[in-house]
Design a protein around this ligand. Structure first.
Ligand SMILES: [Zn+2]
Length: 315
C-alpha cells in the first residue's frame, strides 16, 4: 500500500508525460518529489485501480513465428522489431495516458535500466532519435522520454473504436532478451503505468512479461513444457480416474451379464427359460397365454387325439 501511495508522486516528478509535467509545474511544485523517491524500485505488482485497467493479448494469431502469447505463463514471445497488439481495457475511458517502461524481473537487477545493446542501436534504421529505446510503440502521439536513467514511451489513452471494447497498442521490442550489452539474458517485462493526464497521478498498472527471441513459437512451447514438471501428477490423477471409471464400467457390464437370466433347462423338460419384461397390466394375460401354450404342447405330446384337428391342418 505504501508503495502504491508513494509511487505516483515519485513518478509524477519523473514521469515522461510532458503535458502532465507542464501542468504540474505550472500549478504546484509540491508534487515534485525528491530524487531519492525517483530512484525507488519499480513496482511489478499489477493493479487494476478504480477504473479496472487491464491488458490482454490475442492467443490465436496465425504468424506465430513472429510472436505468440502464452496464456498459461502470461508471457509474450516475440521477434525484435515486430509490432504486437496489446489490448487495453478500462471500465471508463478517463483522460489518461499509458507509459511503458522495461524493467528487469529479477530483484537483483530491478534498479538497473533495461537498455538496448550497442549492436542493435547502431543498426536502428528508422528514427535515429529512437535508437536508445528498447520499447517502441507504433502509431501517432507516442512520446519518447529519458527519465531517471530509463528510456520509456508514453501514449495517450484512446477510447476503443465504435463496436469494440478495447483499445489497441502496437508494442515493439528492439533487442533480443539475449542481447549482450543489452538485456543480456536477464528476463524483463514491460510495466504499463496508467496515469491521469491532468494530475499525473498513477491510477493503474499492468505488467507484460516479455521474451524477445528469434523463434517465439519454439521458445513458448519449450517454456510451457519445462514449466510443468509437476504436471504429470495432474494427468496421471486424471488417467487414474479414467482407469477407475473404465474398470467400473467393465464391472458393471460383467455384473449385468451375470444378472442377465441364464438360459437354463427346466428340470425334467427340455424347455429353456428366458426373462422378459412385461408391462404390469398385461401380466395376467401373458401368464394365461403361456399356460395355453404349455397346455397345447402337452396335449400335442400326450393326448394328440384330443385335438379336433390334426396338427398339420391347424398349421
Ligand atoms: Zn540488441
Amino acid at each position: 500500500m505504501i508503495i502504491v501511495d508513494r509511487l505516483p508522486s515519485s513518478n509524477v516528478s519523473v514521469g515522461g508525460v510532458s503535458a502532465a509535467i507542464a501542468l504540474i509545474e505550472g500549478s504546484t511544485t509540491s508534487c515534485l518529489a525528491d530524487s531519492t523517491l525517483a530512484h525507488s524500485v519499480p513496482s511489478l505488482q499489477p493493479w487494476a485501480g478504480r477504473h479496472k485497467f487491464g491488458i490482454s493479448l490475442p492467443t490465436g494469431n496465425k504468424d506465430r513465428n513472429k510472436w505468440c502469447y502464452s496464456q498459461d505463463l502470461g508471457k509474450l514471445y516475440l521477434c525484435p522489431n515486430v509490432a504486437v497488439p496489446v489490448n487495453v481495457t478500462l471500465d471508463d475511458w478517463v483522460n489518461a495516458n499509458i507509459t511503458m517502461t522495461p524493467v528487469f524481473k529479477q530483484s537483483c537487477h530491478r534498479t538497473e535500466p533495461v537498455n538496448r545493446c550497442y549492436n542493435c542501436k547502431s543498426i536502428q534504421n528508422c528514427d535515429p532519435n529512437l535508437a536508445e529505446h528498447l520499447v517502441q510503440v507504433e502509431g501517432e502521439g507516442c512520446e519518447y522520454s529519458f527519465i531517471n536513467d530509463r528510456y520509456m514511451v508514453t501514449v495517450p489513452l484512446r477510447p476503443p473504436p465504435p463496436g469494440e471494447v478495447s483499445s489497441t497498442l502496437l508494442i515493439k521490442i528492439m533487442c533480443l532478451t539475449s542481447c549482450v550489452g543489452g538485456p543480456n539474458r536477464r528476463p524483463f517485462c514491460i510495466v504499463l503505468t496508467l496515469r491521469n493526464s491532468v494530475t499525473g497521478e498513477e491510477i493503474g498498472r499492468q505488467i507484460l512479461d516479455i521474451k524477445c527471441c528469434k523463434c517465439p513459437s519454439r521458445d513458448l512451447t519449450n517454456d510451457e513444457k519445462s514449466r510443468t514438471p509437476t504436471a504429470p501428477a495432474a494427468p496421471s490423477a486424471e488417467e487414474e480416474k479414467r482407469t477407475k471409471v473404465r474398470k467400473l464400467a467393465t464391472e458393471i457390464a460383467v455384473g449385468q451379464k451375470r444378472k442377465r437370466p441364464k438360459i437354463k433347462l427346466e428340470p425334467g423338460t427340455d424347455s429353456r427359460m428366458v426373462n422378459i419384461a412385461v408391462p404390469i397390466e398385461y401380466e395376467a394375460e401373458v401368464k394365461s397365454y403361456i399356460n395355453k401354450l404349455i397346455a397345447a404342447d402337452l396335449i400335442k405330446k400326450w393326448q394328440p387325439d384330443a385335438l379336433m384337428y390334426p396338427e398339420e391342418e391347424s398349421n
